[in-house]
Design a protein around this ligand. Structure first.
Ligand SMILES: [Zn+2]
Length: 289
């Protein structure tokens, strides 16, 4: 399917948002279309965000020869209901190893998936649960430098709602926006979301498990840029990568049972970020002075 440039420009002018790559809104409606995303940069808050939200996508990209870079803001040291057994320093150590092992499962020895913790190059450690209050001094420049260095075609991150409403997720979304505003090259920006079907099938289950902490607002099918339904090998690899982050996933899988857990992680969805079109930015600049 092809879309004329005139049509895309028209959509941008009408909605003020970056148009998706095809007339029906989808860039990657299936794993076979993942190569259209090009070099992928994921920017996330905690280890496990990347595998839950994009594990199969990353594995498909690596298998297709695309470069994949995952940036994580924190070590996730508060991700436990049992801080006596898992004091922050211990959990930070464990989760730092788990994410590397998990990405290795997705990479399958190809050496195409890289991982970095945000702040490492500056000797800064961003704290789990503390990103909303983090002044991000230097962080935006660091992220912008990463974008310039990697030159991604596609950036994956949270939307302004943080997908679950988590303050760390929302902070990372805002940091990414600010970094892209200062970066020289503007990649396609996609925000993680869930489908209406997922909320219908699993929303109440997640809400019950986390006592209403997570709030999901689904995206209608027509607004999605990536809409992956996973089965077979892709789902098996994603499950193995999830299980490699055992400190976060074992208890959940045991609580709901493997069959339901597998079904709940068998989809990955992204929507195009609502950004001002180049035309809108030009007009805004013209009005100044
Ligand atoms: Zn998270």
């Amino acid at each position: 399917m092809t879309t004329s440039i005139a049509t895309i420009t028209d959509i941008e002018a009408r909605t003020g948002t970056r148009a998706a790559d095809t007339a029906d809104g989808y860039i990657a409606p299936s794993l076979a279309e993942v190569p259209r995303l090009g070099t992928v940069l994921g920017i996330w808050a905690h280890p496990d965000d990347e595998v839950y939200l994009s594990g199969a996508l990353l594995a498909a990209a690596a298998a297709a020869g695309q470069r994949v870079v995952v940036v994580t803001a924190t070590r996730g040291e508060r991700g436990t209901d049992d801080p006596e057994t898992w004091p922050p320093a211990r959990l930070a150590r464990v989760r730092s190893q788990e994410i590397v092992q998990s990405l290795a499962v997705l990479d399958r020895g190809r050496g195409r998936i890289e991982h970095r913790f945000l702040g490492d190059t500056q000797g800064v450690c961003h704290l789990d649960g503390g990103l909303a209050a983090d002044p991000a001094a230097g962080t935006i420049d660091e992220l912008a430098a990463i974008v310039d260095e990697i030159a991604p075609d596609t950036v994956l991150t949270f939307g302004p709602d943080g997908m679950t409403g988590h303050p760390d997720h929302r902070a990372v979304s805002a940091w990414t926006d600010r970094a892209l505003a200062g970066a020289g090259r503007q990649p396609r920006l996609l925000h993680a979301t869930v489908s209406e079907g997922w909320v219908r099938d699993f929303g109440s289950l997640v809400t019950a498990m986390d006592e209403g902490e997570d709030v999901f607002s689904p995206s209608p099918a027509g607004s999605l840029a990536v809409d992956l339904v996973l089965s077979g090998d892709a789902l098996r690899v994603k499950l193995a990568a999830l299980r490699a982050q055992a400190s976060q996933t074992t208890a959940t899988e045991l609580a709901v049972g493997t069959e339901l857990y597998r079904a709940a992680v068998a989809g990955e969805w992204f929507r195009p970020a609502a950004v001002r079109s180049p035309r809108a930015r030009r007009l805004a600049r013209c009005r100044v002075g």
